[in-house]
Design a protein around this ligand. Structure first.
Ligand code: HEM
Length: 522
């Protein structure tokens, strides 16, 4: 604490120098020849006519997070896609059409994440989501087998247990609410966090005392606060330079919440290290001892190597992975692996609550499925279409971004020039009227095989596409479908949300006041 205070004082006294450094850096970037070329090319694209010298279109986007979310939805209607936003001499392309998005995402040249991800680094470090270059290539190759479908098959029984637990928790919540609307997000988040822990992190023991519940609760609250601060910082340029951010009262809270997040993940890693070090086969294999691979116990375990064990074993084999590296991956997967699925499940329940006829058809299909396990559920075609349509209308990740390090060339010859940002608005892509007629209508039959095949392959991207697509896509699909199936089998669901949603610009698609539902036992 004292150290933090000293840093804060030092920053304050060095403020004029820091500001000067920021201005000098800004000017160097502004007059960089490649950036000037990008500005010249960007003039050919639609954009706001009023641009202020240096700050560009900044005044248009300084809004509350709710207002900003709605403003972003206006851009495709006003300008089409691609359109341009200028900020401090930098060109940002807003992309919400499949053709220009394909030009960016399908190329292995455009794998560097946009500047917005820099603000995630205090939390997620250089994990798989934020890293680039060699580091990303190595980690992606190392971690891909941890999400192979054979490993996911081993996870299905854990997820089935968690689905049953979710149903019990929701029953308790509904009983406490006595027929009133309840916000299901906290209950769903708790179970999706447990799900990623018991599968990818190999954590089996949550303890029976209340301390586990307390640490889970503080973890969610900290995620929300850090997410809010990060999303706000992205659209408040005066908070971009770290030294300026450090001087704000917001930073003190941000730091405290980061400590909670890192404390939680460090404990998960320490617990798993302890379990593995007590396992003679595992230690021998990790150290590369002769004969270990031939042990029959190892052969059984090798098929079951979950995400965290892959990292810990790579470290024990002497590969270049520090404790810090492991923690940033665990932070990344813990966040990506539970917040995205938690919102996908909550939003899907809400959409089913608005469309009782679809809900009943899902229940009917489930009754004929033959079982409640993943084997039976994975084959259901109508549930699959509902799942896809829910992620179309409510994509958990509504926005992603790339820094274009080389030109991206569109099929009509136009260029998205190097140094600019390709901001991909998945939320608007999924509402493109040419690809999804009457886009706000909920209609699972948009995903009938013949309809899907006729559509542009980059018109529907809830999990992104190309080399940096979602590594957890199969895991997420299994979890969301299993949980939806378990909940609708047990409850009639009715949405208690207003017709027009109040959504905020956040890291995941989150409503301002939770997802409120009425649940009635079937
Ligand atoms: C419904 C649930 C999910 C959705 C909608 C979703 C969506 C996405 C999207 C759109 C991206 C691309 C991000 C970007 O380009 O910046 C992504 C990347 C990623 N996702 Fe997911 N995700 C989901 C669940 C999961 C789960 C369950 C995990 C982990 C178990 C996961 C781990 C990751 C990671 C690590 C990346 C970065 C991959 C890379 O850059 O190589 N996601 N996800």
């Amino acid at each position: 604490m004292a150290l933090l205070h000293l840093v804060w004082l030092a920053c304050q006294s060095a403020l004029p120098l820091l500001l000067l450094a920021v201005v000098m850096l800004g000017l160097a970037m502004y007059f960089d020849p490649a950036v000037r070329r990008a500005r010249r090319i960007a003039k050919g694209y639609p954009q706001y006519s009023s641009s202020v010298p240096i700050i560009g279109h900044l005044l248009h986007i300084v809004k509350s997070r709710e207002e900003l979310f709605h403003l972003l939805r206006e851009w495709p209607k006003m300008f089409g896609s691609p359109s341009v936003l200028m900020l401090f001499g930098r060109v940002l392309f807003n992309l919400s059409d499949p053709v220009s998005i394909e030009a960016v995402l399908s190329s292995s040249k455009h794998i560097t994440k946009g500047r917005a991800y820099d603000f995630l680094r205090p939390w997620l470090g250089e994990g798989l989501l934020t890293s680039g270059g060699e580091k990303w290539h190595y980690r992606r190759k190392l971690l891909t087998p941890a999400f192979h479908f054979k490993i996911l098959d081993q996870f299905s029984s854990h997820l089935e247990e968690q689905a049953a637990q979710l149903v019990d928790d929701l029953a308790e919540l509904a009983a406490a609410g006595q027929g009133a609307a309840v916000d299901v997000v906290p209950a769903v988040s708790r179970i999706t966090l447990r799900s990623i822990c018991v599968t990818a992190m190999g954590k089996v023991d949550f303890g029976t005392d209340s301390s586990a519940a307390v640490s889970e609760k503080s973890y969610f609250e900290a995620i929300h606060r850090v997410g809010e601060a990060t999303a706000l910082r992205i659209v408040r340029p005066w908070l971009w330079p770290p030294p300026l951010f450090w001087l704000t009262p917001m930073y003190q809270k941000f730091r405290k919440n980061l400590n909670t997040l890192h404390g939680f993940t460090s404990k998960v890693i320490a617990d798993r290290k302890m379990t593995l070090s007590g396992d003679a086969d595992d230690t021998a294999v990790a150290a590369g001892e002769a004969g270990a691979e031939n042990s029959s116990r190892f052969k059984r375990k090798a098929r079951l190597r979950p995400f965290l064990d892959v990292l810990l074993n790579a470290q024990r084999r002497g590969e270049d992975i520090s404790d810090q590296d492991i923690r940033e991956e665990v932070d990344t997967f813990m966040f990506e692996g539970h917040d995205t699925t938690s919102m996908a499940i909550s939003w899907s329940l809400e959409l089913l609550g608005r469309h009782p006829e679809v809900q009943e058809r899902v229940v009917e299909e489930l009754r004929g499925a033959g079982g409640e396990d993943w084997e039976s559920i994975s084959r259901l075609p109508y549930l699959d279409r509902v799942f896809k349509e829910c992620l179309r209308l409510r994509p958990s990740v509504p926005f992603i971004s790339r820094l274009l390090e080389t030109d991206a060339v569109l099929p009509d010859g136009r260029i998205l020039p190097a140094t600019s940002m390709g901001n991909i608005h998945i939320f608007d892509l999924h509402r493109h009227p040419d690809h999804f007629p009457d886009p706000d209508r909920f209609d699972p039959d948009r995903f009938l095989p013949q309809v899907e095949q006729a559509r542009h392959p980059f018109a529907y991207l809830p999990f992104s596409a190309g080399p940096r697509n979602c590594i957890g896509k199969r895991f997420a699909t299994m979890e969301v479908k299993l949980f939806l199936a378990a909940v609708v089998r047990r409850f009639h669901i009715r949405s208690a949300m207003p017709e027009h949603l109040d959504v905020t610009a956040d890291l995941v698609l989150r409503p301002r006041d939770g997802v409120r539902l009425r649940l009635f036992a079937r």
